[in-house]
Design a protein around this ligand. Sequence first.
Ligand SMILES: Cc1cc2nc3c(=O)[nH]c(=O)nc-3n(C[C@H](O)[C@H](O)[C@H](O)COP(=O)(O)OP(=O)(O)OC[C@H]3O[C@@H](n4cnc5c(N)ncnc54)[C@H](O)[C@@H]3O)c2cc1C
Length: 307
Amino acid sequence: MKNMNNGKLNRPDVEIFENVELRAYNSMRLPARASFLALPHSPEGILKAIEFARSIDRPWFMLGGGSNVIFGEQCIDAVFIKPGKEFDYIRGTSDNSLRVGAGTPLPKLVDYCISRNIRGLASLWGIPGTLGGAIAGNAGADGSSICEFLTQVTLLDPDGFVHHISGTQLNWSYRSCELGDSIILEAHIKPGFSHPGEIQQVLKRVKTIRAKHPNLATEPSAGCIFKNPAGNSAGRLIDMAELKGTQVGGVMVSNKHANFIINTGNATPSDAVELIHLIQSRVNCLFGILLEPEVRIFGADFIKQGV
Ligand SMILES: Cc1cc2nc3c(=O)[nH]c(=O)nc-3n(C[C@H](O)[C@H](O)[C@H](O)COP(=O)(O)OP(=O)(O)OC[C@H]3O[C@@H](n4cnc5c(N)ncnc54)[C@H](O)[C@@H]3O)c2cc1C
């Protein structure tokens, strides 16, 4: 990784690296490379990274924990912007809610809330990534989604304006939040407490379900690949298509949960994209349902959809 020796970028609020191997930046451990990776230390740093991307005429994309993304090409000619550790914080507020930075790991926030009996977030136990990624994808489990627990989200638009938006004013839907090209800086978590017994009940249920999923440490994945179609389950459709265990190169449909594809050790970005297309076409052919990716796929065919 090479630190750019460019005067404009040599500022304390953003570091920009060139030709970066992304394996460490995605939970599926795909070995793609990015032309640039920016690590901003402040909102100004984010704006400078965007300015840099514009100056070299490249697209830019926000990256959180990389647990809901597929890098679909060996070399992605773009600037990825990953908020640095300055965006990892949990602070109390005067109205008893929590102010949480977008770069805060979601598991850290969930543990924080569980240990203080704060209502709600126990259902999100076991979801990797950051708060920013969870908001962008309206992450959820056990019938709940993150949107239910937020009173306010602070957004930065690429022109440098900061907007404080009430949680209810954002356009949420299943595994999605319409943000346009805004960047999530932080959010406020609803105040309120639950009985510890209630929280433990939720945890027990969620842990039982997660124990049946592929283990991230030994079977790297990006979580569920497809959204559930209305009234149906993507995993069930893939299972019914008898695709469990199907392999393309180093990527395989999990035998534990058909909506997960896992890296068996030497997966490449093109293996992942090919397997995703194979699943889509087999399910569409058999059931007439085109599965929509839940993961964000970065690559030539997909890059235009991006922020
Ligand atoms: C084993 C496993 C289990 C999982 N289980 C679940 C589950 O039960 N439920 C569920 O919903 N998800 C699940 N996921 C998927 C994933 O963990 C979540 O979607 C998570 O919230 C993504 O967060 P992230 O920080 O990793 O986002 P990333 O993967 O880095 O990014 C996801 C999207 O968010 C955008 N983004 C990230 N940060 C920002 C920001 N600050 N501002 C604007 N946009 C931003 C990115 O551009 C991208 O489009 C699972 C994943 C794995 C690997």
